[in-house]
Design a protein around this ligand. Structure first.
Ligand code: CUA
Length: 323
């Protein structure tokens, strides 16, 4: 089950019509203006067509003065075909330009900057200078503008949180700057909005906006290395993690695991989902994910582990201890 269903879509209207931040609100307003103007033009054109049909059937036009018809025809072309469309396009351009100006990136740099890197098919989230790395979940302080440095490790992805802002591409070898602001604390689901391969549809993330104090506490906790194993089974889990190849791809800060191909798992137990929004993060799904990632996300770059049942139990116990 795609977790987006349980989160973003519980209300009947699409998230883009429920803006929760300044940028999304501007875009939403512009959308309604353009929709309104488009509708008005459509209704008007249809009215003219109906009028023309109606007139032709009920009034004989042959008797009209041909010279007058030519003049009227020219007027219709000048006004209906050139002047009125030009006015409408200029007004549309004006509204669009106004929104673009409002959405300009801030010029001073005293904002929190978060680096987001797109991978097939998950998101790495790094808080610069903070030793805080997570995946598929972006904590931000509510009511503050946060800057994002977006890039990609493989193909082009697109970063989109419909309730907070429009889309921005993540392009390999390039960094795009983007900003997000959430008015109120809450969870805002985001998704990849650019087809990027087999599991493009399962490339979700969540922006968690929390009050500033809570954010600082969260960040402090994320900076900490992983908790050391406190029982025989979690110790066994860590040993298996290091010996059976998991550590080739995943890092757990505070241990020897330092792989950088897959998500950093230092605080995995706190995350809401596994597989970038594919399933909720609970014991059963975690075991299922490790035993057979392709059963949940076909084409996932995580290989099937081949652990025995007992080894799997230990690894799951260890990973679940990583608060
Ligand atoms: Cu990443 Cu679509």
């Amino acid at each position: 089950m795609i977790v987006l269903l349980m989160a973003g879509c519980t209300e009947s209207t699409p998230a883009v019509f429920r803006p929760q931040g300044a940028a999304a609100r501007e875009i939403n307003t512009l959308w309604w203006i353009l929709f309104g103007m488009g509708t008005a033009v459509y209704v008007l054109v249809m009215a003219f067509i109906l009028f023309a049909l109606f007139r032709r059937r009920n009034q004989a036009t042959q008797a009209d003065d041909p010279q007058k018809n030519v003049v009227n025809g020219r007027r219709i072309i000048w006004f209906g075909g050139i002047i009125i469309p030009a006015v409408i396009l200029v007004v549309t351009y004006g509204f669009t330009l106004d929104v673009m100006m409002d959405l300009r990136l801030p010029t001073n740099n005293d904002r929190l900057v978060i680096e987001v890197t797109g991978y097939q098919w998950w998101w790495e989230v790094v808080y610069p200078g903070e030793d805080a790395i997570t995946a598929n979940e972006i904590y931000i302080p509510a009511g503050e503008e946060v800057l994002f440095e977006l890039t990609s490790a493989d193909v082009i992805h697109s970063f989109w949180v419909p309730e907070l802002h429009g889309k921005m591409d993540l392009i390999p070898g390039r960094t795009n700057i983007w900003k997000l602001e959430a008015d109120e604390p809450g969870e805002y689901w985001g998704l990849c909005a650019e087809f990027c391969g087999m599991q493009h549809a399962k490339m979700l993330f969540v922006v968690v906006a929390v009050p500033r104090e809570e954010f600082d506490t969260w960040l402090e906790a994320q900076r900490q290395p992983a908790v050391a194993p406190t029982s025989a089974i979690t110790q066994a889990g860590l040993d298996i993690f290091l010996e059976e190849g998991c550590a080739e791809c995943h890092a757990i800060r505070g241990t020897e695991a330092a792989g950088d191909l897959g998500p950093d798992l230092t605080h995995l137990a706190n995350r809401l989902t596994l597989g970038a929004g594919s399933v909720t993060n609970n014991r059963g799904n975690l075991a299922g994910w490790i035993a057979d990632p392709h059963g949940i996300k076909p084409g996932s770059l995580m290989p099937t582990s081949g652990l025995s049942g007992e080894q799997l139990q230990s690894v799951v116990a260890y990973l679940e201890s990583l608060e």
